[in-house]
Design a protein around this ligand. Structure first.
Ligand code: MN
Length: 424
């Protein structure tokens, strides 16, 4: 395992080891937001490195407030930058940065003094439903176990087009939405705050390279088009969803906020975490048939901290191996009709749930449709989220003893606006 000379990077519990090198957009020291790499407790300012002549990165746009220019540059550029940054930060690597105290002072920024921004300009957001246990649980709650999975589910990753405009970075508060719901036993709807506000623990994939209108992708090509991955919390209003979603899919119930983690972990960082596809009950059509391991072994957790609690309680632990469709399958299926995919498109996996109750990736499953109380480790219980609740997702894989972590994806629930037309 290669060590880094940067503070914190070799701690076993550090998300940002030398093997990780995730990209994000940060603001610090009165500078404009720009691209950086997390290493240990610090952020490496890539535009300072380029300006100092220590990193050759033409047309990467590291001085811009989004990774899109760099992502569009493609895999050869991604690899060259990763190799050079690894060399600069390794214990036994180049001394070009390490021995330049003035440059270290300018180019290494403590994470604690930086404000993180959305890492990408999100061009489109599509949310899938690629976890079998979640689809089975949700279907069972609504229709009973015998009709839980729709007939298409075992043949393709189904999804809906979400709102790119409301993808927000970790730390952004989430306002409880107003919406139309049908009260239990009622026959006409009411307007009011959602009473069944929920999380969805998901894995987000980010498209690095665009396709042309009409262009399709093989799975191998789709893999190459993906830049990296983030934690994703697809906040959901179950009561609004249930009333509006007949027959079309989620609309208002998902459009108020989707949180992502600020650091984009690359495919290269996750190489040692790759896993083969799960066993399938039906053979997939050739365009979805995997010939390489496109799944990952990444542990995901969600913690909930009530406003008046001093500690957060873990409410979910699941793993991306519990998905049935991989990120390249989502992308190849998305492009099959000729849909133009763009640099900065975000593809949500869908809620990830494992076999046991504490592995279920949303509260609707854990409370079984609001029937059961979910006891919190450190006191109290929930069926759905209350105002003031804060939910934090974390995630990590292990690669040759290095922790490849995703940082945090956090959001706190604000009370709904009292009336339509009030507040922003
Ligand atoms: Mn979702």
């Amino acid at each position: 395992m290669t060590q880094s000379w940067v503070k914190g990077a070799n701690r076993p519990d550090c998300d940002f080891s030398l093997g990780n090198l995730p990209y994000g957009v940060f603001e610090a020291n009165g500078n404009t937001p720009r691209c950086g790499i997390a290493i240990g407790d610090m952020i490496l300012d890539l535009s300072e490195l380029v300006f100092a002549g220590k990193l050759v990165a033409e047309n990467c746009g590291f001085d811009r407030p989004a990774l899109n220019t760099f992502m569009a540059a493609g895999p050869n550029t991604w690899e060259a930058v990763r190799n050079r940054v690894t060399e600069l930060l390794a214990e036994n690597g180049s001394t070009d940065l390490r021995d330049d105290a003035a440059l270290c002072h300018r180019a290494l920024v403590p994470q604690s003094s930086a404000q993180m921004h959305l890492p990408i300009e999100v061009k489109g957001y599509t949310d899938f439903y690629a976890g079998r246990q979640h689809a089975f649980n949700s279907g069972s709650i609504l229709r009973g176990p015998e009709n839980a999975l729709p007939p298409n589910w075992s043949h393709m990753p189904i999804g809906y087009n979400g709102r790119a405009s409301t993808v927000v970075v970790s730390g952004t508060p989430v306002r409880r939405p107003l919406g139309q719901t049908l009260p239990p036993g009622g026959d006409s709807p009411v307007i009011g705050p959602s009473r069944r506000l929920d999380i969805e623990v998901e894995f987000g994939a980010i498209v690095g390279i665009s396709t042309e209108l009409g262009q399709t992708l093989t799975l191998a090509e789709a893999w190459e088009h993906l830049f990296g991955f983030v934690l994703l919390n697809d906040w959901s209003a179950r009561d609004i969803q249930r009333w509006e979603g007949q027959p079309l899919g989620p609309f208002q119930s998902k459009a108020f906020a989707t949180s992502i983690s600020p650091w984009v972990v690359t495919r290269a960082a996750l190489e040692a975490c790759r896993r083969s596809a799960p066993a399938r009950d039906k053979a997939l059509l050739p365009y979805l048939h995997e010939t390489a391991p496109y799944f990952f072994d990444i542990t995901l957790e969600a913690h909930l901290k009530p406003a008046d609690a001093d500690r957060a309680s873990r409410i979910v632990q699941c793993n991306t191996t519990q998905l049935t469709y991989s990120a390249p399958q989502l992308l190849a299926h998305h492009a099959l009709c000729g849909c133009r995919m763009q640099t900065g498109d975000l593809l949500g996996s869908g809620t990830i749930s494992g076999p046991e109750r504490h592995n279920f990736g949303c509260l609707m499953e854990q409370s079984w449709g609001g029937r059961d109380e979910i006891a919190l480790e450190h006191g109290g219980s929930r069926k759905f989220l209350e105002d003031g609740d804060s939910v934090t997702l974390t995630g990590w894989g292990m690669a040759n003893g290095n922790r490849i972590g995703f940082g945090r994806c956090e959001g706190q629930i604000l009370p709904a606006h009292a009336e339509v037309g009030k507040g922003a």
